[in-house]
Design a protein around this ligand. Structure first.
Ligand SMILES: N[C@@H](CCC[C@H](N)C(=O)O)C(=O)O
Length: 268
């Protein structure tokens, strides 16, 4: 099975080219691919398939040729992946399957318009953030309050006073499963300067990752709200690098590096 490997600020993905929809990508296969010792190793899988071949997103087929079939490292499906869609677009352009410029990509969270050049950073119009009130998480016995931000997928974005670099995120943080019945991505955030935050994230289905694009937008939204702002450009520092988030009245944008680093053959 042919694969490529790519990442955006160290949020890494196995890319499976499947233009004609021939692969049977089970949850077990995804988990095996993502396993860091016995597999290729990744936070998730991006299957690259023509939208018209996928009944679950058939309504998007007239507007986006390619569907990002995203899976978390445990094999579960997610609606959206902000870093993933930027890496996905980088792959399409590098492979000659799409031209540089504005590229619509179908996702379970709807069509996302990605702007990708022949080289350089990749940005995406992430759509509006939807707020659903507040909730709490518990990390190593400490409870933190946060904002439920929906970016197509669910986030609990917590701006906290404790230094996030010192948190132990090796275990699943506690959360209110009545509030988040399908699970949640949890961001722990420090406001460190004007429109600048430091973020760590524990992702649903993948554990702690070194970056999360939808999470970065959720973090900017939560920090902006505390600052009494709802528009502006925010810098989000994650363990894997730096992302830029633009908050506008009607939408949000995410920008940062997205690179393809390897290609090969998976043998089992
Ligand atoms: N890393 C992604 C988010 C991937 C999906 C998430 N784990 C979920 O289950 O919702 C990003 O860059 O947004």
């Amino acid at each position: 099975m042919r694969f490529l490997k790519g990442h955006g600020t160290d949020n890494d993905f196995v890319i499976l080219p499947d233009p004609d929809g021939e692969l049977d990508v089970s949850a077990a296969l995804v988990a095996a691919l993502c396993e860091r010792r016995t597999g290729i190793g990744a936070d998730g899988v991006l299957r690259v398939v023509r939208t018209k071949l996928c009944p679950e997103v058939a309504d998007q087929a007239g507007r986006a040729e390619w569907f990002m079939d995203y899976r978390n490292a445990d094999g579960s499906m997610a609606e959206m992946c902000g870093n993933g869609v930027r890496v996905f677009a980088r792959y399409l352009v590098d492979a000659g399957l799409a031209g540089p410029g504005d590229l619509p990509v179908a996702t379970r969270g709807g069509i996302k318009k990605v702007r990708v050049g022949v080289e350089g950073e990749v940005s995406v119009d992430m759509g509006p953030a939807t707020l659903h009130g507040e909730s709490t998480t518990t990390v190593a016995g400490q409870e933190y309050a946060g904002l439920h931000v929906d970016m197509g997928n669910p986030h609990l974005a917590c701006v906290i006073g404790d230094p996030v670099v010192q948190l132990d995120l090796t275990h699943q943080p506690g959360f209110d499963s009545a509030h988040f019945p399908t699970g949640v991505n949890i961001e722990l955030i420090n406001a460190v300067g004007p429109r600048r935050v430091v973020m760590r994230v524990h992702e649903r289905g993948s554990g702690e990752t070194r970056s999360c694009g939808t999470g970065a937008v959720a973090a900017a939204v939560a920090a902006a709200r505390l600052a009494g702002e709802d528009t502006g450009t925010w810098t989000v520092e994650v363990p894997g690098g730096t992302l830029s988030v633009v908050l506008e009245a009607a939408t949000t944008h995410l920008c940062g590096p997205a690179v393809i680093v390897a290609a090969g053959e998976y043998l089992t």
